[in-house]
Write a protein that binds this ligand. Sequence first.
Ligand code: 13P
Ligand code: SF4
Length: 329
Amino acid sequence: MNKKTKIQILKEELGAVIVAHFYQRDEIVDIADIIGDSLELAKKSKESDKELVIFCGVGFMGQSVKILAPQKRVFMPKNACCSMARMIDSSYFDQSIAALESYGIPRNNILPVSYINSSAEVKAKVGEMDGFICTSANATTIMQYAQKESKKIFFLPDRCLGQNLAIQNHQSAATLGLDSKEDILKADIICYNGFCSVHQLFTPEDVDFYRQKFPDILVAVHPECDPKVCMKADFVGSTSQIIRFVQSLNPEQKVVVGTEFNLVNRLRKKNTYVLSASKPECPTMNETTLDDVIFTLESYKKGDYFHEILLNETIRAQAFKALDKMLNI
Ligand code: 13P
Ligand code: SF4
């Protein structure tokens, strides 16, 4: 019996749903019931009628399902992590708030807005301070809501997304630890100094290279790219927004895409390029294999629970507050 058939049989027997982010390997996307960007995965997994979720992605994504639907059992075939999410934990969060207070910004005047790429503990801290969560698909809308509160916005952990949001709204951004106290105090958006190691691979020179090579080419990038790259692009959007943009193009229209390799490689057979001379794979996303999925399903069947997402209820409830606020907007 081949691996895919084995997964199909086990999945039906156990009543499981297999969920995969777009950056997963093709073999995983092929067997998934739900595929999407981080916003879609959180919403659709919550709404699924299946109580057993096999989540192929990185830790914060699996945690988001557990935060929103605590009655479900969520397992990750590989305990993969997002390097950006790992750049801030709850103690770094506290230290950042303390640094802002030492600059003279009172705690009750700081509004944290966290990108969904953060741990449940960090989301709980955001929830405690009545802050917001956003994803790359809804960051612009969430930021508009957050700024209505007329507080100092502390955007974490992705400084590039924070800077890109500021540029888009003709506002200023400054990064804690990189910019001066004066710049921090003047900034409309104060950013935490985190970034995505994969999207850092794309450079403005890569955009220039493709524009010189193919003068009519379009450039589509993810907002985790450096602002210098985003400013040169024709389209900036989340993974699902990039997919829809490329699918809407005339087949003869050349496009170069600045996001993870597995997604770009699957997009279109012709006239589609990766915006990098290297292969921009998200290393941990790329680790999950069919064997891992089989192992997880077989272990569950035997009652051996490997890589289950388990959260402290106080943390989950505080993180839920922030995530639910996003979903209600
Ligand atoms: P999306 O929400 O656009 O899928 O982005 C998630 C991510 O981690 C991109 O690097
Ligand atoms: Fe995290 Fe970057 Fe991988 Fe996305 S591509 S999951 S931000 S490390």
